[in-house]
Ligand binder design. Structure first.
Ligand code: AMP
Length: 183
């Protein structure tokens, strides 16, 4: 099973992704988590990405594409994977397609969690992460609408987009996700 979780920051991708991981035994690959670890460890990647992340901006495509390409070579991805927070731009989606083609794989479902901006601002108040100040959250939402939202049409055209209402109980949302991926 090869999945992409798509949606604005704070849509609940990470939480729902963990349920998929538990149910289906495929790894969750979160570029945000990988980048935060790089920042915490003070690596070269972390030093490049840190200031952009703190400003609510996207990290350059080449950096994240490299991360994902390496990660997908790991043996735990053989059975499938769930990409969480990647791709976030059209060039990232195109590179992903090329990388997967080399391995004779392709994305089967792009699960889009739909949540209104106001609801996200409210949710993020409680999260308390360094990149979660209201100003940064707004910048990240702006980046999402500008650079990431166009991916919906990209995946819609390919017949892969599954649109889910991201507001409701965790169980309800998870049930809709499973239904949308035919499980
Ligand atoms: P996330 O936890 O997925 O919301 O990611 C946190 C931050 O990491 C984002 O605001 C971006 O600065 C950066 N980031 C994560 N994934 C990507 C990506 N696919 N492309 C560019 N930047 C990313």
């Amino acid at each position: 099973m090869h999945l992409v979780f798509f949606g604005p920051p704070g849509a609940g991708k990470g939480t729902q992704a963990q349920r998929i991981v538990a149910d289906f035994g495929i790894p969750q690959i979160s570029t945000g988590d990988i980048l935060r670890a790089a920042v915490a460890n003070g690596t070269t990647l972390g030093k490049q990405a840190g200031p952009l992340m703190a400003a609510g901006k996207l990290v350059p495509d080449e950096l994240v594409i490299g991360i994902v390409e390496e990660r997908l070579k790991e043996p735990d991805c053989k059975k499938g994977f769930l990409l969480d927070g990647f791709p976030r731009t059209i060039p990232q989606a195109q590179s992903l397609e090329v990388v997967l083609q080399k391995q004779d794989k392709r994305i089967e479902h792009v699960v889009s969690l739909e949540v209104a901006d106001e609801v996200i601002q409210e949710r993020m108040k409680g999260r308390g992460r360094a990149d979660d100040s209201p100003e940064t959250v707004q910048k990240r939402l702006d980046e999402f609408r500008k650079l990431t939202a166009p991916l919906k049409a990209y995946y819609q055209e390919r017949g892969l987009l599954r649109t889910i209402n991201g507001v409701g109980s965790l169980d309800e949302i998870y049930a809709s996700i499973k239904q949308s991926i035919g499980r």
